[in-house]
Design a protein around this ligand. Structure first.
Ligand SMILES: [Zn+2]
Length: 379
């Protein structure tokens, strides 16, 4: 079958999308553009009511090539970008898109949006506009996968799909870790550091004793842990009353994640107990409070799953050897899988994302669009 991906049109669409500001929660204008493009191709577009929980200007968009409820395959991209992402000026040189260097480019994930729009146009041109394909565009991905978390999945007909939101265009990602975030508050007692230091309990020192015992970084091939933020203390002349420590842990192995969580939080409790025993005779005692929040669930699609097999076969048909890999990052795909919308993640060619050096080659976007066409054809 012959494809007719229009490279120039794809590039122009991407430039246009990149020039519309859409930092998380401010996706309305880009959503409007996407909806009107697809409606112009005869698609049905529905916006959900996730704004009430995401705080965004608009909801997630679900767009269907046909509206008879018969869609069997979805593709997903997110509409929001990270900061600095306002007033992006796109530079196109030697086949590569970059920003002027003062903002991100927003190829994460607007390159995917542009690819999906181009595929919708080609389907229409080929008279195949009513294929059983639907698109899911989410909001607020970059600030905690909020759009996907608030998605009403009954708006989609299909239960399997591809999320276009990774870097290497020759890679399909089928596994991603589960993650938790935690917050530990160590409380001591404030006192004047010069006049009555003995009346105080230094929360920073107690926390430091616990921190020094933690195992962090890459704990095994499935598991990582990090302390990312420490805040506390008021002034150099006050014994600090409290310190707040925030961190995260991720693992592909759910039991191991619980172990790491118990080990980290348990260490704080143990150290505070030891300090309390030591301080018992002298008066004020430290205490600790811990909080854990599930960030996102793990995803694991077996290599034998139709989503993986179809992508690999589609790659072969295009003389490409795709790799199946796992990632250490979390994305909408974790949430969608958790909600019963099985999906794997496709790379689209974006590089150095979340930095002002972000770039993407038009050729990689074309490659991804062709792969997507081939997958639709085979599904
Ligand atoms: Zn992304």
């Amino acid at each position: 079958m012959s494809f007719s991906i229009d490279q120039q049109r794809l590039g122009r669409t991407f430039e246009l999308l990149a020039s519309i500001d859409s930092p998380s929660r401010y996706e309305a204008e880009v959503a409007k553009f996407v909806a009107s493009e697809l409606e112009g191709l005869g698609w049905t577009v529905v916006e959900d009511s996730s704004m009430t929980s995401t705080g965004s200007q608009c909801g997630n968009l679900v767009a269907k090539a046909r509206d008879d409820g018969g869609s069997t395959l979805f593709f997903n991209a997110h509409l929001d970008t990270v900061e600095p992402g306002r007033g992006v000026e796109v530079v196109f040189e030697n086949g590569v898109f970059r920003s002027k260097g003062n903002t991100i480019l927003g190829g994460d994930d607007k390159a995917a949006v542009a690819i999906m729009l181009e595929v919708a146009r080609v389907l229409k041109e080929r008279g195949a506009a009513s294929l059983p394909v639907e698109f899911l565009f989410t909001v607020c991905e970059e600030i905690g996968l909020l759009g996907a978390k608030a998605l009403d999945t009954s708006l989609l007909d299909s239960r399997a799909g591809y999320a276009l939101d990774s870097t290497d265009p020759d890679t399909i990602i089928n596994q991603a870790p589960e993650a938790i975030r935690f917050k530990v508050t160590v409380k001591g007692k404030a006192a004047h550091a010069g006049l009555h230091p003995e009346e105080g309990v230094n929360a920073v020192i107690v926390a430091a004793k616990a921190l020094a015992r933690l195992e962090l970084g890459r704990l095994d091939e499935d598991t990582t842990a990090n302390i990312g933020v420490i805040s506390g203390g008021e002034a150099t002349n006050i014994v600090p009353e409290s310190v707040v420590i925030e961190g995260e842990a991720r693992s592909h192995n759910v039991e191991r994640l619980r172990e790491v969580q118990d080990s980290i939080l348990g260490t704080f409790h143990r150290v505070v107990m030891e300090e309390r025993e030591r301080a018992l005779k002298q008066g004020p005692l430290p205490s600790v409070e811990t909080e854990v929040r599930d960030d996102y669930p793990a995803m694991s699609i077996p290599p034998s799953h139709a989503l993986v097999v179809t992508a690999l076969d589609a790659g072969k048909a295009l003389r490409r050897e795709l790799r199946v890999e796992r990632t250490g990052g979390g994305s909408d795909a974790n949430i969608l899988n958790g909600k019963g919308l099985e999906c794997v993640i496709m790379g689209i060619g974006m590089r150095d994302v979340h930095t002002v050096n972000e770039y993407i080659a038009l050729e990689d976007m074309v490659k991804t669009a062709k792969l997507m066409m081939e997958i639709i054809e085979r599904w």
